[in-house]
Design a protein around this ligand. Sequence first.
Ligand code: HSE
Length: 428
Amino acid sequence: MKKVGVAILGLGVVGGGTYKMLTEHREFYQQTQEIDIVVENVLERDKQKALALGVQESKIASNIAEICSNPDVDIVIEVMGGVEPARTFVLSALNAGKSVVTSNKELFCKYNHELEKAARKNNCGLFYEASCVGGVPVIRALLDNLQGNKVLSMMGIINGTTNYILTKMTDEGASYEEVLKDAQKLGYAEANPTADVEGYDAAYKLSILSSLAFHTKIPFGKIHREGITKITPADIQYGKQLGYVLKLLAIGKNTEDGIEVRVHPTYIKKSHPLASVNDSYNAVYITGDCVEDVMLYGRGAGAMPTASAIVGDVIYCATHPTFRYSTFKNTAEADPAVKFIDNFKSAYYIRLDAHDKTGVLAKVSSIFSRHNISVAQMIQEDDGKEDGHVPLVFITHMTKEKSVMKAVDDINATSEIAEVVSVIRVVS
Ligand code: HSE
């Protein structure tokens, strides 16, 4: 039976899960895959952590060089996270002729051109299913099963932390700050939640997924990114009233006019399949020109779901004689011939805090009309505060991003009339 030696860099939550899965399922893989996957080394600063997992002391490497020079190691699994030292370690492994499996979205998003160059040069595999949407096999779906399609668009809930927070805010009417605090206590959100709540994590993943889907390099810097920190219970409530659910969506579209890629809070109709993706679950909704709509749903994070993606890659690497790389020219920057659309079209939710006096609506309407914005729905309800202000909520027809932003500036410039409290895009 073919023996496959692996080394695991980092025994945190995901590394520990991967070690557990590989060791507990070893016989199962022998039977089903006819390969014997053996953990030959681990790299973990906390020796006690490794020993507690059951790693033999002799398998704990003291540095990356030891792993790179170990002839029994065929595949290096990088689950350390962050850019350095992960980048240096992965490059060392590839240059030593080891294939690499990584779960590191930030590293892969920012440096996949460099990693792929090293993998090609050394004829090694480079696998990254676990970098996007944890246990949900979206990378392989794009790389293999959907290759025959022109992917027209993708929309995803690809960050579990923000989906958990928005679900709780929706179900309980609680504020962002309250829910975040609870999520941190329960271990759903990091002590420093910036990468998740400001949309960086989702944007790293969207960069990787949309590059694959649209066969062209989509660098992180091309992605319009907004997080969920300004979302209020009032916005969620008004959305409900209008038949929408609020989600942090990652959206990629490949149109005749160019590519648009964006991560921002978005209202979607309650009837849309993504609207029922709740708590920390993730889903990606892909539309191909032939397959039509496909939705992949599951756990986007966590020790065992992410380990599932990693071990799937290890098995794929060990059972395929040749490796495939990107289907596009993988450079650091975008192809200059590709047009990116920043003035994208969408419907919008615009909430104003208006002075409760004659002429306010007429004034706001004239600003909308000046910027070619047509209103589809409106809510004007007395909030009972008797403070001389009323909330005004508008849903627009499809319009252009820059027109809305100019209208917002104009409304804010007439602050004796009204102020814009929130602007949220709507998928209609
Ligand atoms: N922090 C991520 C999330 C998981 O909340 O979805 C890993 O990408």
